[in-house]
Design a protein around this ligand. Structure first.
Ligand code: C5P
Length: 314
């Protein structure tokens, strides 16, 4: 049995609007999600036992069932018990390059990588939609992470509608190393503060979703109007995360003043990103921001937008 090496890219949200509550306790969202080249590297190696073993380069990442990648393997075992009995367990090694609890879907993309790796390892022949169906049981971002690209994501975030790829743009990401934001906290706080504005009727939710589908940001993306794309970035979760973490708000202001097409927090944060026309521009913005905030706790990445989800490299 073969060992598979995979690349599991992170994502940023170019747009995130919270529309209302769902009967399942989640939020009805409309997002524009974009994969980026910053990625974790995964290896799925048959271990000849009846167990899964998770190894991660990041000391703070758990390697038990609290890790979504581990749960992805357990889900595959549960769904395909015959294949598991035939082929046995695997060692899953994660070379963690995506910051943790950062609003970049690092955990979800690792889980997506495990689904793809085990599909190959156990010769299951599952299609992308079938993998996405499984992926949504693990988390709202997993179906997107499997496919990647530039996508309108609705429902919980699992209903995907691919749009024009935005491959030629670059991005500077910045995050305080020791600062993590809990996604459930961000959504619950948003509900407490803005729940009274939620749209509760089905037609209302659908009409809001359609407005974004035909709205200015999607149009700017299809016309490759980079300036407009930068101006139209939006994230509702900034309304709760930035007041709670003034240093993230400050970082966002500094990045915004340093140039680029537009600056925004990704997902539930606390990573902030600036969209740029070129690698050179991204490096310049990074260096300018570093001069203003010289904090060893602040990390930067310069990376490119990507059109792919999980990639099998060998
Ligand atoms: O789906 P996932 O497990 O990634 O979501 C993490 C948390 O984010 C959920 O437990 C929920 O609190 C919140 N969430 C939400 N509505 C969504 C997606 C996530 O309220 N559509």
């Amino acid at each position: 049995m073969q060992t598979y090496k995979l690349i599991a890219p992170a994502k940023i949200n170019l747009y995130l609007e919270i529309i209302g509550d769902r009967p399942d306790g989640y939020h009805e969202l409309v997002m524009i999600v974009q994969s980026i080249d910053l990625a974790d590297h995964l290896e799925i190696r048959p271990n000849g036992t009846q167990n899964f073993h998770l190894i991660c380069s990041h000391p703070q990442v758990p390697t038990d069932e609290t890790n979504l990648a581990y749960r992805a393997a357990q889900l595959m075992k549960q769904e395909f018990s015959k294949a598991f009995a035939n082929y046995g367990g695997v060692d899953i090694t994660i070379d963690k390059r995506i910051p943790v609890a950062a609003g970049l879907a690092g955990g979800s993309t690792d889980a997506a990588g495990v689904l793809v790796g085990l599909n190959l390892s156990w010769e299951l022949g599952l299609t992308l939609p079938e993998l996405q169906q499984l992926g949504q049981k693990l988390g709202s971002d997993v179906p997107f992470c499997l496919a990647g690209g530039t996508v309108i994501a609705t429902g919980r975030g699992e209903k995907l509608d691919p749009i024009e790829d935005l491959e030629n743009l670059w991005v500077v990401l910045a995050k305080y190393k020791s600062l993590e934001v809990s996604t459930p906290w961000a959504y619950q706080t948003y509900r407490k503060q803005f729940g009274q504005e939620y749209i509760s009727d089905r037609p209302g939710v659908q009409s809001r979703t359609l407005k974004v589908h035909s709205g200015p940001l999607v149009q700017a993306i299809s016309h490759k109007d980079k300036t407009k794309i930068g101006q139209l970035l939006h994230n509702d979760l900034e309304k709760v995360v930035l007041p709670e973490h003034p240093q993230v708000n400050h970082l966002r202001n500094i990045l915004q003043q340093s140039g680029g097409l537009g600056t925004m927090m990704s997902g539930s944060g606390p990573t902030v990103f600036t969209l740029c026309q070129s690698q050179e521009e991204a490096e310049t913005i990074k260096n300018k921001a570093k001069l203003v905030i010289s904090d060893p706790n602040l990390e930067f990445w310069v990376t490119r937008l990507s059109s792919t989800g999980i990639k099998v490299i060998s």
